[in-house]
Design a protein around this ligand. Structure first.
Ligand SMILES: Cc1ncc(C[n+]2csc(CCOP(=O)(O)OP(=O)(O)O)c2C)c(N)n1
Ligand SMILES: [Mg+2]
Length: 392
């Protein structure tokens, strides 16, 4: 069932003629004319989500939550080395944004964005094995918990220094521009990231060069124990304007709002309109990591956001459209149980492999394409749900 979604305000801010004039003033040719012929699907201007798309969005959010809940219990059983980081409450941000991207777009996925890996096609047993340091994990035990990315699925594994991945995404977008490739880079960053120099360098360079990159700022109210009011005096979206970067604020607990803002930002990027900073307002519902009891978070704040849980609110919306949300939940629970059993059967890595595959040996292999379950990218014969179940 199609629903027309509201366009964020910035989409109307810069008419095409003004964009072109601004580009000429900056000495940049409009990207739209510089692009090579369509190499990847350029999503239609206003493609609404289908019923299957909505089911897929909920599927991936449920999958992210169920995997992370299971991983947390494995952590408590001593099966996850180090600590464990999750994105409870932020499922809509990673799933909604990743869902808008085409197969040949490239993603730098952050530590609270498991949903994006799942959308791109990473299978749940590999994620659970990763957390447990098993040989079948994405890094085959070389790195623990959240520092991973499957390059075969168009994702660059994140590094711990934050927000370095903003610069990596900016660099990829620069390469797309230089090669006249019709693709977009996407990355996430936290509210804490806005206080780091890399954040400003990335926004500035991407704006000066009008690069096809989308930055999703996950404003989850805290950077470890530092609250927003100690993080910035000026809203990051307002700062974006100072760089000449489009900025938009969305409800980060509304998966369709995040999807739509990202879809429009991507279109804008591919049309030569430059980068967009999307600030998704949400809440980190767990501690910074499993070891953090988050005593510093006011209980009333948690209660406020608990009532706006992205999965529960979307389930109610789907039910109103006649979709059996409970059945989706049951399918995912079963799937994650199977995935856990599979991961627990995987061996620990052979220690002699630790130094293999760390550096590039021989010819560098380009990143591969990822899965893009949104129906706009799928063949008419392959609806999103079928693709979602493939991931399972
Ligand atoms: C440069 C740098 N300093 C400190 C850390 C340790 N660290 C990891 S996550 C984190 C909190 C980051 O907060 P934010 O950017 O808001 O992201 P969130 O964890 O809230 O999603 C910190 C301080 C780091 N990874 N990199
Ligand atoms: Mg934060």
């Amino acid at each position: 069932m199609a629903t027309q979604l509201a366009r964020p305000a910035y989409a109307e801010d810069l008419p095409a003629s003004e964009q072109a004039a601004s580009q000429r003033a900056n000495g940049h040719a409009p990207q739209a004319t510089a692009h090579a012929p369509e190499a990847t699907p350029h999503a239609p201007d206003a493609t609404p989500l289908t019923r299957d798309d909505r089911i897929a969005l909920q599927h991936y959010m449920l999958l992210m939550r169920a995997i992370e809940e299971r991983a947390m219990s494995l952590y408590r059983q001593g099966k996850v080395p180090g600590s464990f980081y999750d994105g409870r409450g932020q499922e809509a941000v990673s799933v909604g944004a990743a869902f808008a991207m085409s197969p040949s777009d490239r993603l730098c996925v952050l530590h609270r964005d498991l949903g994006a890996h799942l959308v791109r096609g990473v299978e749940p047993p590999r994620v659970l094995a990763q957390y447990m340091g098993r040989a079948g994990g994405l890094t085959a035990g070389r790195d623990g918990n959240v520092h991973f990315g499957d390059r075969h699925l168009g994702c660059v594994g994140m590094v711990s220094m934050l927000p370095d991945m903003m610069l990596v995404a900016t660099g990829m977008a620069m390469a797309f521009k230089l090669r006249h490739e019709q693709r977009c880079a996407l990355t996430w960053c936290g509210d804490g990231a806005t206080s780091r120099g890399d954040f400003h360098e990335a926004l500035n360079w991407a704006s000066v060069q009008r690069l096809p990159v989308v930055f999703v700022l996950e404003n989850n109210q805290f950077a470890y124990s530092t609250p927003l009011e100690l993080q910035f005096a000026v809203d990051p979206v307002e700062r974006a304007a100072a760089y000449g970067c489009a900025g938009v604020k969305v409800d980060g607990n509304d998966v369709e709002a995040v999807f739509e803002a990202t879809r429009i930002a991507r279109e804008r990027a591919l049309d030569g309109g430059g980068p967009t900073l999307i600030e998704a307002e949400t809440m980190r519902m767990h501690g910074h990591a499993a070891h953090d009891d988050m005593r510093y978070v006011p209980p009333a704040l948690l209660e406020h956001w608990a009532a706006r849980d992205p999965i529960e609110t979307y389930a109610a919306r789907l039910e109103a459209e006649g979709i059996d949300a409970a059945a989706l939940q049951a399918d995912v629970s079963e799937l994650v149980e199977r995935a856990t059993a599979a991961a627990l059967e995987m061996p620990m890595p052979d220690p002699s492999m630790a130094t293999e595959g760390v550096f590039c040996e021989g010819e560098a292999e380009p990143l591969g394409d990822g899965r893009a379950p949104w129906s706009a990218y799928a063949d008419a014969a392959a609806p999103a749900l079928a693709r979602a179940s493939e991931v399972a």
